[in-house]
Design a protein around this ligand. Sequence first.
Ligand code: DX5
Ligand code: ZN
Length: 215
Amino acid sequence: MIQVSASILAAPLTSLSTVIPKLKQNAIDLIHLDVMDGNFVPQISFGEALCKEVKSLTKIPLDIHLMVNNPEKEVPKYFALKPQYITFHIEATNFPIRLAEEIKKQGIKVGVAINPSTPASRINTILPYMDLLLLMTVEPGFYGQNFIKTGLEKINRAKEIIGSYPIVIEVDGGVNLNNIERISEFGAKIVVAGSALFHDGKANENALKLKKLTK
Ligand code: DX5
Ligand code: ZN
């Protein structure tokens, strides 16, 4: 069954202290934290202080998605949180291998994210250093956008490139009840879900409904 990583960007940020403790581990596998710097992407969301608060409210492992330029400066701020994954964008750094090694040294899994217009082949030379490939299926920066049409082909292409490396594919953006079955069939093992979970205050139920549609 696919894993669901809940993007709290789509939850009411002012009520996180009531929303987060209600998330159940049998429904929500990971908490996805979208850090945005207003530079790599147009918006500023939140940083390590809020991530720390979130951690104090739940036992569900953290999945940190850094949409920031110069991630080498930002990444160390998240080490103390001991997340399951720290994911940085390949478009945002010239030193992905060094950065990946630094993250791994902390016992944290390394995620590399690519934007919809970045070819999957861009990760060729970093494959041995990665644990997760985050495929953006919307332009990064906002929740609630539509899944881009080429998203499924991109999963296929990524699978070919990954070959036998033990790298998990995570799909981020526009995931909902209508497309999760195909996303899972194509080979994604984790999906990020924001608006599909938090639009009606029933995040656990919505996550279970999504998972039920996958094998
Ligand atoms: C977009 C973020 C996503 C987003 C997902 O930049 O990386 O994680 O919050 O939200 P939905 O599921 O609503 O597309
Ligand atoms: Zn994200």
